[in-house]
Design a binder for this molecule. Sequence first.
Ligand code: AMP
Length: 181
Amino acid sequence: MKTISPNDKQILLDSIRDIPDFPKPGIIFKDITTLLSNPKALDTLMTHLQNRYQTYNLDYIAGIDARGFIFGSILADRLGLGFVPIRKKGKLPYTTVAEKYSLEYGFDEVEVHIDAFANKENARVLLIDDLIATGGTATAATSLINKVGANCIEACFIMELDFLEGSKDIDVPVYSVLHLE
Ligand code: AMP
């Protein structure tokens, strides 16, 4: 159950940029492109996640469209595991299973291939995304993983916006590397 050291936490916090009023007024967008382009910060993050998850006996990493693909693929490769994309509706080419979730106005939908985890019975899956806000996307994603016959062992986020309490309704353990006010 390793959490991040204060020194490594500061390296990550210093590498993430706040963009006020993007994509709309009132939102402070947490921009991780500056973390990705900083080799020391990216290695600090990925080494931390590798150390934490190497004892979890995982079978797959599942990443949420689109920034979860980046961190999820690197982690899967570091742990010698397969990677499964959970995509926005209409992007996956084969037969999919879908899950709707509410947004501030209306609905969105995520999908996974029906056979994504078929190579391993009761596959142990870690879900990863860059940020948890309301938790709607992650709740839909954990439900999808379970719907196609796998077990979501934990949901991992690089950042959690604590004031939105998005992790409280997620029915698997949640690990957020950075907790932001
Ligand atoms: P939610 O479903 O409300 O938890 O939203 C999570 C998704 O929206 C993640 O895929 C994030 O990448 C994205 N997101 C939400 N809020 C922000 C934010 N302030 N900065 C960056 N990404 C965000």
